[in-house]
Write a protein that binds this ligand. Sequence first.
Ligand SMILES: Cc1ncc(COP(=O)(O)O)c(C=O)c1O
Length: 446
Amino acid sequence: MANTHHALTRQTNDLDAFWLPFTPNRAFKRAPRLISRAKDMHYFTPDGRAVIDGLAGLWCTNAGHNRDPIVAAISRQAAELDYSAAFHFAHPKAFELASRVAALAPADLNRVFFCNPGSEAVDTALKIALAYHNVRGEGARTRLIGRERGYHGVGFGGISVGGIVNNRKFFGTLLAGVDHLPATYSREHQAFTKGEPQWGGHLADELERIVALHSASTIAAVIVEPMAGSTGVLPPPKGYLERLRAICDKYGILLIFDEVITAFGRLGHAFAAERYSVTPDLLCFAKGINSGAVPMGGVIAREGVYNAFMQGPEHTIELFHGYTYSAHPLACAAGLAALDLYRDEQLFERARRLEPGFADAAMTLKDLPGVLDVRTVGISAGIDLAARPGAIGERGYEAMERAFHDEDLLIRITGDTLAIAPPLIVSEAQVAEIFEKTARVIRAVM
Ligand SMILES: Cc1ncc(COP(=O)(O)O)c(C=O)c1O
């Protein structure tokens, strides 16, 4: 008892206890990058430095940071209803937000299941896909098809269908019965493309090969990111998503779009599904739903998928799945305020308008030493730097450090690839500033 009291009142505050996710902890703790405040396009360090946010937090603060209407909505909601379960009970804003999301989504994507992070959205979609076939009497369809270089979060489902070796190799046998489409990226054929590359649409036909190998009768779903963000901004080749959709239709396979990054404006539309005029059966979202303010994700299902579950006695649960914090009141309130901001400030249209200038500014990096590729789509850019011999990722890490400490710029790295995807409120002058700073960083690490 005395010890517990002591532990609760102890005032130690050092860097040891916090095990940072997806971070080299020792390097970080030697030279920490601390952020204590934010407003609109900027973070502020504890010593007051303003750092321009070149990554919308982590691809999530699409409306910018600490926007007054979102802050006010969260604060009002916390005072009114801090928590209520979504199992057997619900609060009105959960229905309101689901209706708003359904209205925004294309075609008959109009049933919304809420969870928290993107990883849960992915696991939710995979489970809905498996259960969907099960309730329709096609329980042999258990196979899930992902894609090399895909990132679908860190749940066991997500890393199984994901295609990033370091996210997989430490974690045992993963899900059984998973296969992968090939990655859509080829530097040889696509380097320095703005928007969707001409080459690569045919890679969707690899699904035919997978079907021929396993039989469609064993395949539940295919999951892809319309634009793969985490492995360095890989836009879909022209025609690729349409072909995937056609092959899935041909064989009764569900198509899942993981739009955790692309939903809510990143590609200049509410959803990538809208930009590419391809409607998946299940669509995962998170991040931008409330501009990153409170953890929230979800899955939008086509009406027919939802309806397949609505059978049997009415007192029985139709889908044995859900989270304590599904449709958390604070997340819903923040979501409604963020959707209002997206609408009132026309942020998706703004992203669309900014896209050509953003792509031009990114391409100014093309001729810098060591730049192997620059790719852009919507308000996002991936820049591949040549790795240092025998030290993959070292140059990228140094670039991120230098950007933060020397240039007051926050960018993301994956190995030696830099990613830039600022909030959609970014001004043209700030786009120029971000890429000028990035150019200085690239020169400095070469
Ligand atoms: C496409 C995609 N899916 C899933 C996730 C996982 O989201 P979270 O980190 O919120 O679990 C991410 C995160 O960046 C993502 O980009």
